[in-house]
Ligand binder design. Structure first.
Ligand code: 5RP
Length: 283
């Protein structure tokens, strides 16, 4: 890997754990003012110091994030469709590599729509973005979007979408957690991070998702709604950090939400283990 590319990757992933906690706030690019992200500046500000990277569009970056911020930026560069359309797959590249460099991004990200009406275009766009990324020393993150069909999130489909993304040159892939997630990891030779998806019933459910994903080989998370739609966003982000970087158990992480968020988490009274669980070296 070229020095610039490696340096950018290194900014996002912790050298100690090999993992990353990305905060996703790019939802407005096709969903508009999503709940709890209406005022993006107010949502992002308290979370920013606790994220290893911030995933967003150039518009929200320029308007809602101070240029003094040192958090690595994962710049979404695809778009062109909104939730008002039935088919979300007709995305194009909406932000140039030159712009990503100007904004000092650490990576660019685009959605790929495997199996959707515009599968072909999205995969060709990925190949073109990787070419531009290799020229610029800019990592490309492919996002295996499933459109409105969340039921597509099974290991067979996601393994295919992740592998195709890696074959076309993506340097990292964002996907969803699913049963048999280890099979998705096994077939994908680049680091995988998992999205959270729509808000789950509880903070515990989101922490469990992250715990399982890391245990089964994910190199981190790129999570949004289950953080900033939580009643305790900062505490939730800290709890996720404990899972991703310190191998905390779900109960230990949930106690962080209880302590920091002031919530009565079910396990808040439970003592935290003194030492994190041992972890195999990450690949
Ligand atoms: C939107 C995205 C989101 O960044 C991704 O889905 C992560 O956010 P969440 O955890 O809320 O699903 O790519 O297209």
């Amino acid at each position: 890997m070229d020095w610039g590319m490696e340096n950018r990757m290194g900014r996002m992933f912790s050298p100690a754990s090999g993992n990353t906690v990305m905060l996703a706030v790019d939802h407005g690019y096709f969903m508009g003012p999503t709940r709890s992200l209406e005022d993006a500046r107010a949502t992002i500000a308290p979370l920013l110091p606790h994220a290893d990277a911030l995933a967003l569009t150039r518009g929200i970056l320029r308007r809602c994030v101070p240029p003094t911020a040192s958090t690595p930026i994962v710049l979404r560069v695809s778009g062109g469709v909104t939730v008002l359309k039935e088919d979300l797959s007709d995305e194009h590249i909406t932000t140039s590599m030159r712009e990503a460099l100007r904004l000092n991004a650490s990576a660019v990200a685009m959605s790929v729509f495997v199996g959707a009406p515009h599968e072909h275009e999205s995969l060709v766009h990925l190949g073109e973005l990787v070419d531009a990324g290799e020229d610029a020393g800019m990592p490309v993150m492919a996002i295996t979007a499933v459109g409105k069909e969340l039921e597509k999130r099974d290991a067979r489909y996601l393994a295919l979408a992740c592998r195709v993304s890696a074959e076309l040159g993506a340097h990292l892939v964002k996907t969803y957690y699913c049963d048999d997630f280890a099979k998705v990891v096994e077939g994908c030779p680049v680091p995988l991070v998992v999205a959270g998806g729509p808000k789950l019933d509880s903070d515990r459910a989101a922490l469990e998702l992250a715990r399982r994903a890391i245990d089964e080989g994910a190199h981190g998370i790129d999570m949004g709604r289950n953080i900033w739609q939580s009643d305790h966003p900062v505490a939730m982000l800290k709890a996720l950090r404990a899972i991703v970087h310190e191998q905390a158990s779900v109960d230990d992480a949930l106690s962080i939400v209880g302590e920091e968020g002031g919530a009565t988490a079910p396990s808040a009274a439970r003592p935290r283990s003194a030492t994190p669980r041992a972890r195999a070296p990450s690949r």
